[in-house]
Design a protein around this ligand. Structure first.
Ligand SMILES: [Zn+2]
Length: 466
């Protein structure tokens, strides 16, 4: 734990009675104190003051402000540039602080602060689990002391603590109190847009052997997967089971009604357009499910057909372009909800999604329900026409020749792509030959967890605006 600052110690040297207000006064006083320390540990804090008095600030409190401001240590406290205000003696009053004197204050409820303690009395050291519920914390909390340490951490001393009895000192890292609302903002993995030219240059082909044995190409491939959403493995053994092993290196395999693994082969009277030999436009898989599989793995076991090249396109790039070119058009794709469904062979899946949601595209025309829930009014049809225009624009962006990376998979190759980001499809093929891909999905949470926990993923050296 870091120690309080010199300034904190200086303040403590001032005789306690200098700070003592007349009876009850300290419980009412409002104090501005600047980013340092306020010690009121001599006073009785267990009795809540009545709400009618809490606004009566004493003259004494302003003298404290003056003392702080006139001190030599003022320059030192400006290192952190935070300004605090609290009625320390009122166990109900919130604690407010300003990132700078001009900014609006952040307000922190005392119970919120007590709830946020991460000390080992409050959070189990081995499991990382919280040892009490928010509802266990009293709504009035006596605080005897607030300090900012040299490291910029905030230290709060709670009196008569509900959990541990006596004084409970909680320390909050600077990141929490200096911008609490952003503390949990997900650090989105970096991504780089790509087009055909860029993907051709990148040529993200990696050795199966190195990937599977945590060789250098494992991290390289995982970096490329998180940056671009598309990688290939080479020299993959010819086994139907291998996709499972590859999936296990990326996350947890996602079982679906297609099976843990599944085959992409053309067959008569196919229940899915993927199992025919016709052209398969760019799309994502399983948008009719709530938990859309995140990563798709396709291992090529045979491909002697003419045609049947796989095609891929970066939907993040297309979305980014659309928002930049025409925000109004992009907006209409965020409004209209489409129903995606799968109703066959005793299955009934159904999910409603907008084509654009944040950065994500949800695009799978073959699985759109023919009847969409638009309002049958003049306005409803106007919105529908707007949507059609926008959808055509977006489709033109991701289907343009320079957007598409095309590759004919050879036996012993395996493609791994981000099904949420990278649209995939296939050119028509002549089914006189054999085309057989073995597929598997990896579910979203386990993939994200893995990406977050891998050592710093490497980045490419150049960054192109494509
Ligand atoms: Zn604690």
């Amino acid at each position: 734990m870091s120690t309080p600052t010199v300034w904190g110690r200086l303040l403590r040297l001032v005789p306690r009675n200098t700070y003592k207000a007349p009876k009850h006064g300290l419980q009412r006083q409002g104090l501005y104190f600047t980013s340092r320390q306020l010690s009121l540990s001599n006073q009785q804090l267990s009795t809540p003051s009545t709400s009618s008095d809490v606004d009566n600030e004493t003259i004494e409190s302003s003298s404290v402000v003056r003392k702080i401001k006139s001190s030599d240590a003022v320059t030192k406290h400006e290192i952190h540039q935070h300004f605090w205000k609290t009625k320390l003696g009122d166990p109900r009053s919130p604690i407010s602080y300003h990132p700078n004197p001009a900014a609006e204050p952040f307000l922190t409820d005392r119970t919120w602060l007590r709830d946020a303690c991460t000390c080992e009395r409050c959070v189990d050291a081995s499991s990382g689990q919280k040892l009490y519920a928010s509802t266990d914390i009293p709504t009035t909390l006596a605080i005897s002391d607030i300090e900012v340490t040299n490291d910029g951490d905030l230290q709060v001393s709670f009196e008569n603590d509900f959990l541990t009895g006596g004084t409970h000192v909680s320390t909050y890292p600077r990141e929490i109190w200096s911008r609490p609302s952003r503390y949990h903002t997900e650090t989105v993995p970096k991504w780089e847009p790509w087009n055909r030219e860029r993907m051709t240059k990148l040529s993200p082909y990696y050795s199966y052997q190195s990937f599977m044995t945590d060789g250098p190409e494992y991290l390289q491939a995982m970096s490329a997967l998180s940056l671009y959403g598309l990688v290939f493995l080479r020299d993959v053994p010819s086994s139907e089971e291998i996709v499972k092993d590859i999936a296990a290196k990326i996350g947890v395999i996602q079982d679906t009604f297609y099976g843990t693994t599944w085959d992409v082969k053309s067959k008569p009277n196919a229940e899915n357009v993927a199992y025919t030999d016709s052209y398969l436009g760019l799309h994502q898989d399983l948008l009719y499910m709530r938990n859309v599989p995140r990563i798709q793995i396709l291992h090529c076991l045979e491909n002697t057909c003419e045609g049947g090249e796989s095609i891929f396109s970066d939907s993040y790039r297309a979305t980014h372009q659309l928002w930049r070119l025409s925000p109004d058009i992009a907006k209409s794709l965020t409004k209209r909800q489409l129903i995606y469904h799968y109703n066959k062979g005793g299955h009934s899946y159904w999910q409603s999604r907008a084509v654009l949601s944040g950065r994500n595209v949800y695009w799978s025309p073959p699985f759109q329900h023919p009847l969409q829930p638009d309002e049958m009014t003049e306005e409803g049809m106007h919105k529908f026409r707007q949507w059609c225009k926008a959808a055509r624009n977006l489709k033109a962006l991701f289907e343009s020749w320079d957007s598409i990376y095309m590759y004919k998979m050879r036996p012993g190759e395996c493609v791994i792509f981000d099904n949420i980001r990278v649209l995939h499809g296939r050119r028509a093929f002549n089914s006189s030959g054999e085309r057989w891909l073995k597929g598997a999905y990896v579910e979203n949470d386990s993939y994200k967890s893995l990406v977050r926990s891998l050592p710093k993923l490497t980045r490419p050296t150049e960054s192109l605006d494509v």
